[in-house]
Design a protein. Structure first.
Length: 244
């Protein structure tokens, strides 16, 4: 257990795990299930010069926006690709875009109430939107804001595979809510509230050293304000103990 300088949150633990292999990073399984996307393969090895990076980003975003791989494409205005930056300090992965995100066309839009709470997360961490990657497990909104079905999240994880293959992975990955937690840790993993306060220090697919940090989704905090305090404590812990 890591000594906590904040006093109250004794349950915050940094757990070392040698390596985690999220299913979406399993190239063989993804290709067997989904087929290879030729355009993305073409840009896979592009250098990380910023111009090339922008080209990759444009191509990737364009392909996502025209995606019709599952029926959610008929429920949203348009699939919303992740907001990816060149030098990310952290990544946030939520479930899927909300109503306002769908209207505005960006994930975690500041115009929505959840987006406003999310901005507070960033304030605690001392990060701006220009320094982080904003992404979702599924890129399309559901009409009624119901959770996407497992099958659709799994289909959409093809894009997650390319997100990690084409762009830089930051050292801090905040998984917001149960679906994002399970995307990384496995679909049978305990719920976020059961492991609240656990942080995983690990190597993603045995390669990239990362902290996987489960925290409640801002929309959950919107409906359950009493959990906000603990979420802020976890974010402060990350800022003070791991980032600095
Ligand atoms: S949810 Fe993902 S896989 Fe399904 S249509 Fe939208 S972008 Fe494509």
């Amino acid at each position: 257990m890591v000594k906590n300088t904040l006093g109250e949150m004794e349950e915050i633990k940094v757990k070392k795990i040698d390596s985690i292999y999220p299913a979406f990073l399993n190239e063989k399984a993804v290709h067997l299930k989904q087929g290879i996307i030729k355009n993305l393969l073409k840009i896979k090895n592009t250098d990380y010069h910023s111009a090339d990076y922008d080209n990759k980003l444009d191509l990737f975003s364009g392909l996502v926006k025209s995606c019709k791989r599952c029926k959610l494409s008929r429920e949203c205005k348009i699939p919303i690709p992740p907001d990816i930056v060149y030098q990310p300090k952290a990544m946030f992965v939520g479930r899927n875009p909300g109503k306002i995100d769908d209207i505005v066309g960006v994930p975690f839009s500041q115009r929505g109430n959840s987006g406003k709470i999310f901005s507070k997360y960033l304030d605690v961490l001392g990060l701006s939107r220009e320094e982080v990657i904003l992404s979702n497990v599924a890129y399309c909104r559901t009409k009624t804001n119901r959770p996407p079905e497992m099958e659709h999240m799994q289909v959409c994880s093809l894009w997650k595979y390319w997100e990690f293959r084409l762009f830089k992975t930051p050292p801090f990955i905040f998984v917001l809510g149960n679906d994002a937690l399970k995307l990384f840790m496995g679909w049978g993993y305990p719920s976020l509230l059961a492991i609240h306060g656990d942080i995983y220090h690990t190597f993603l697919a045995g390669k990239k050293e990362v902290y996987i940090i489960p925290v409640n989704h801002p929309s959950f905090i919107l409906r359950n304000r009493e959990w906000g305090k603990d979420t802020v404590k976890i974010l402060r812990f990350v800022k003070q103990e791991l980032m600095e």
